[in-house]
Ligand binder design. Structure first.
Ligand SMILES: NC(=O)c1ccc[n+]([C@@H]2O[C@H](COP(=O)([O-])OP(=O)(O)OC[C@H]3O[C@@H](n4cnc5c(N)ncnc54)[C@H](O)[C@@H]3O)[C@@H](O)[C@H]2O)c1
Length: 362
């Protein structure tokens, strides 16, 4: 059974579909109508696992398609790798009615979306996310981007997909670190959404991800939450910024450790813990949420802190965060569970004080 979530913006709307496998992908593509060829953009690891399945489903519906391979991993989501794909599209007869299909994690999704947003001034694309992070986060909301030499995601657009189709079976082959990466974003959504979702998350642990219903619930709740937020603020003018909960410290950890020691999600998880500590200190947030969060991270084998990282060094990296203005450090905090607030200025002294109090307990 497919679960369907409709997402609406001022100028467009589309469905986010969650299915057990890829079997119904062909039917969903046919509904898009009036298209020519489909170009599947993917990377080797994912095509080795899933290309035949996807290709068979498309063949069953006589959907003409072609595979264009990109190199996987963050460093290859780079502007320099865009041109060869434009060339392949042109050589293989792509036109304004062509549809790109991103088969892979967030790297493939962001990269393909960027190409779709620019090729022939914008063509349609489909997201077929195959990582948990891509299912719950990057495939929803239309942010597409590539990296340049000076930073991540610095060139991009808001370009909504025509449909998002996730086959949960593809998660079975994910490595533990990729699970943790997606779970951190799910936990972030549950803290932002509030009581029901966060409470339900307390009943889950690594083992419960084997249970399809639990896994489906978790993905759907996350998608529903992100959908609610981004549909109210497509271009991240305001509200969408709350999705950066945990990211001020998370980005600083990634940057200090040169993007090598922790995945984005693992860094965000530590950032979430710190955002909650600051929320207790500045906003009087209930302490119980903190102990529940630590328990939840433990149950998913996600680290809440790395005491080897020096907070004064991390502070230096926080000044590069996009929320920093006039040399002031700003955090998204929770006034209450499910009630985030923006633009909370926190001094370096406060950061060091809060970090000292809590790091001794963990
Ligand atoms: N657009 C957005 O709103 C948004 C939001 C969050 C993150 N992102 C972007 O998403 C990217 C991270 O996405 P990600 O975590 O999915 O990383 P990723 O795409 O690099 O995938 C992680 C790893 O999992 C492998 N993989 C993918 N699917 C698999 C499967 N089914 N089985 C086994 N292995 C599989 C990949 O080959 C890769 O090694 C970053 O570039 C980030 O900037 C974008």
């Amino acid at each position: 059974m497919i679960s369907r979530e409709k997402i609406s913006f001022n100028t467009t709307n589309y469905e986010i579909l969650l299915s057990q496998n890829f079997d119904e992908l062909g039917e969903e593509i046919i509904k898009l109508k009036n298209f020519s060829k489909i170009f599947i953009i993917s990377e080797k690891k994912v095509t080795d696992l899933y290309y035949i399945q996807v290709s068979e489903v498309l063949k069953k519906h006589k959907l003409t398609h072609e595979l264009i391979l990109m190199k996987g991993s963050e460093k290859n989501k780079h502007i320099k790798n865009v041109r060869p794909v434009y060339n392949s599209l042109i050589k293989n007869g792509a036109d304004r009615k062509s549809i790109l299909l991103a088969l892979g994690g967030g790297v493939v999704g962001d990269f393909t979306g960027f190409i779709a947003s620019t090729f022939l001034r914008g063509i349609r694309f489909i997201q077929v996310p195959t990582t948990l992070l891509a299912m719950v986060d990057s495939s929803v909301g239309g942010k597409v981007a590539v990296n340049v030499d000076f930073g991540k995601n610095m060139v991009g657009a808001f370009h909504q997909p025509s449909v998002v189709y996730a086959g949960i079976h593809s998660l079975k082959t994910l490595k533990p670190t990729e699970w943790r990466c997606g779970l951190a974003e799910v936990i972030k959504h549950s803290l932002l959404q509030g009581k029901d979702f966060f409470k339900k998350m307390q009943t889950f642990h690594l083992g419960s991800l084997e249970n399809l219903d639990d896994l489906k619930f978790m993905i759907l709740e996350s998608v529903k939450f992100k959908k609610e937020i981004v549909s109210q603020d497509e271009k991240e003018i305001g509200l969408r910024g709350i999705l950066n909960l945990g990211h001020t410290l998370g980005h600083a950890i990634e940057s200090l450790t040169k993007y090598k020691k922790y995945s984005h999600g693992e860094a965000v998880a530590m950032g979430l813990v710190f955002a909650i500590e600051l929320s207790i200190f500045k906003k009087g947030l209930n302490l119980e949420i903190y102990s529940d969060l630590i328990k939840l991270l433990n149950s998913f084998s996600i680290k809440p802190i790395d005491k080897k990282l020096k907070m004064n060094k991390l502070i230096e990296h926080m000044y590069h965060d996009k929320k920093t203005s006039d040399k002031k450090l700003k955090f998204i905090l929770l006034d209450k569970l499910g009630e985030p607030s923006f633009g909370n200025e926190i001094t370096e002294e406060e950061i060091l004080k809060v970090y000292k109090i809590y790091s001794e307990k963990l």
